[in-house]
Design a protein around this ligand. Sequence first.
Ligand SMILES: Nc1nc2c([nH]c(=O)n2[C@H]2C[C@H](O)[C@@H](COP(=O)(O)OP(=O)(O)OP(=O)(O)O)O2)c(=O)[nH]1
Length: 133
Amino acid sequence: MVTEVVAALIWRGKEFMICQRPAHKARGLLWEFVGGKVEPGETGEQALVRECREELGVTVSVGEPFMEVTHTYPDITVHLVLFHASIVEGEPQMLEHNDIRWITADEIGQYAFCPADEEILERLRQTYANQKA
Ligand SMILES: Nc1nc2c([nH]c(=O)n2[C@H]2C[C@H](O)[C@@H](COP(=O)(O)OP(=O)(O)OP(=O)(O)O)O2)c(=O)[nH]1
């Protein structure tokens, strides 16, 4: 069985948002893109709007998918879709996360991410590293 997970790629200038998972959850203290599991009856976009309200207290507008990956962990196989998204209301708060950072593509190597994100991060590096503006 594959668990559908959605996440948001949110930009602020040339920086994007990453969030540190709480210690008590699976993949605790690893970094991720804000998001979570799609619940029955929800579209991916609806799930992402809900997760961003629950976890950051913001309303997002969801755009096109940037990339999707499937990854098997010992406890779960996830199909993760990362959407471009932007905050249309609110300031991000750490309602669930241990920490939130805004980083450039050049800084990706400084953080330990969930293993499922590795391919996505590689593409982010290729697409956005060494940005001048
Ligand atoms: N949100 C998010 N989850 C990710 C990413 N990469 C990655 O492997 N995951 C994994 C971690 C979790 O095993 C799963 C997401 O589940 P979650 O535990 O965050 O979901 P949820 O907020 O709905 O939480 P819960 O109801 O199960 O407690 O996907 C990512 O970039 N963002």
